[in-house]
Every structure is written in C-alpha cells, then in structure tokens.
Design a protein around this ligand. Structure first.
Ligand code: SIN
Length: 287
C-alpha cells in the first residue's frame, strides 16, 4: 500500500522486503513525526531506498544517529580521519583511507563478529560504475519462515560461532594492498556466539541469523557437520525469491536492517570508480 502526504511517500518495491522513500531530503533536519514514519517503514520493510540525495558527511552522520549510536569499525584504515563513523568503500580510496576493491563481495550481515552486532547500516553512493557493483540483499525473515519444520526443529536452539579474522585474511589474499590487522585490532574482535535463530527485538519475528561472511561453526557440533549445516542454510537463504538487487545511482542512500538481512556487493570493471560511504548503527545482543 502506498502512503503519501505532502512531504514523504513510502512505496513498496519488492513485496514487503523493500520500500522506496520519496519526497524526502535527508540533508535537512527532520521532525519527529516524519522520522517516526521512516522508522515504522524500516521495521515493516527491512530495506529502505532513498534516491537523489546530496549529503555531506555531517548530514549522513546526523540522519544515521537518529537510529542510535554509531559503530567505529575495527579496520581503521577505511575510516575517514575526520569522521571515523564513516567507512569508505572506494576502489580509489579517499582522504587518506585505503582503497578497497572487494569490500563486502560475499554474503554477510555487518559485524556479526561482535557481541552486539549492528542494528543497521546506511550506505550512500557517491560514484558508481556504469554497470555492475550492485548490492544484493537477502531477506532472512523469509529464509527462516520457508525452512521445513524438521530443519526449524533442528536449528531452533543452536548457537553459532562468528569470527572476523578468517574472512579478513581470505579477502586479503585477493587484495594484496589490504593492510594486515594489528594484534590490537584482532584483540577487539574475539570469536562470539549468537543464536542461529534470533527473535527480532523490535518486530518479534523470527530470523535466520547466520551468514557466510562471518559464521564459522556451530557450538557443540563436529566441524564438518556444522559447516555442512551452515552451507545448506546459506544456500537456502539466497535463493532468488528471497533476494533484492539494488542497482545504484549516485545519490542513492540505502538503509538495511542488519538484524534480518544479509547483503553482498557484485563485481564490476575496476577501471571505473565506485565510491560509497557507510555508517553503521549499533545494535543489541541477539536473543
Ligand atoms: C557492505 O558490505 O557494507 C557494502 C556493500 C557494497 O559496497 O555494495
């Protein structure tokens, strides 16, 4: 259903999973009533698309902060020195940040390797290639709901191990310029354990909460058996009926609920620039 008033429209673009928010300028201060509409839409849809924005770093941060405190990412070499709340995903780098050529190019939810993974992320496109460099999003409510009853019963009380270091190393093999994480950075991200099925803290809906990027095993299960189960769950999660593809235009801002989605960037021709800024809103401990 489309909801409209003088200042804001919310139009579903892929069933319940994604909505486009129109007639809103995120660079301007927003009153509480309009913010509440956006917040409600975020819980209803999981992914919100805002087209045609022109945001300074301060404005991007200010809008993101309406949702909560912001994360400062462990990999400091990708943070804007003056605005460490902004993670720069650019194959050219920017203002002293390191270029990144394969950032987010695997299915993941952001930072699930922390005890309190983020609530959500707000990715703003500054420059995009003529084709490719899309972002795919998987609906993890749908992934859970569409599992057969036997699998649900098998996984409902399981806990999974999440880790950053392995994924970072794997991506560094493809990107020789990636600096190694320092011992201090690695110490910030020890392994953590989260339920395989979490209940979304605001909607109360059940979510499959494992991701290919950072979930490395199942607590109390032999390694091979745990990996086989995870592989099956990953494959199930990203079947086409659960996935939205965002084709970026410069000026798009996409906000996703990290508690109930996964995402991955797709390939593009590296002769073209792709520059994105991400803020990440802190979340709570999954239960
Ligand atoms: C991310 O993984 O947060 C970024 C995805 C992208 O650059 O498309």
């Amino acid at each position: 259903m489309e909801v409209e008033d003088m200042k804001l429209s919310i139009t579903p673009v892929q069933g319940r999973f994604v909505a486009e928010v129109g007639s809103v300028d995120l660079s301007q201060p927003m009153d509480d009533a309009h913010f509440a509409r956006i917040h409600d839409a975020f819980l209803e849809h999981s992914i919100l698309v805002f087209r045609g924005q022109r945001l300074s770093n301060e404005q991007h941060i200010a809008f993101s902060r309406r949702f909560g405190e912001l994360e400062i990412h462990t990999a400091r070499h990708w943070l804007l020195p003056e605005h460490p709340e902004i993670l720069v995903l650019s194959n050219r780098g920017e203002e002293g940040t390191r270029p990144i050529v394969n950032g987010g190019a695997y299915w993941h939810s952001d930072i699930t390797y922390k005890a309190k993974p983020p609530l959500g992320s707000l990715l703003y496109a500054l420059e995009v290639p003529p084709e490719g460099g899309d972002t795919l999003y998987a609906d993890m409510y749908a992934a859970y709901a569409s599992l057969d009853d036997e699998t649900k019963a098998r996984i409902d009380d399981l806990q999974a191990i999440h880790r950053y270091g392995d994924r970072y190393q794997l991506m560094a093999r493809e990107d020789k310029d990636r600096p190694a994480l320092t011992p201090e950075q690695l110490a910030e991200v020890p392994d953590v354990v989260h339920p395989v099925v979490r209940t979304h803290p605001e909607t109360g809906r059940k979510v499959l909460f494992v991701n290919e990027g950072f979930t490395v095993g199942i607590v109390g299960m032999p390694e091979a058996e745990g990996k086989a189960l995870l592989e099956r769950l990953f494959e199930h999660s990203v079947q086409p009926g659960h996935v939205y593809r965002h084709r970026w235009q410069a000026g798009d801002l996409v906000m996703w609920d990290n508690r109930c989605t996964m995402h991955r960037a797709t390939e593009y021709d590296l002769r073209y620039a792709r520059a994105m800024h991400r803020t990440t809103v802190q979340g709570d401990r999954p239960a």
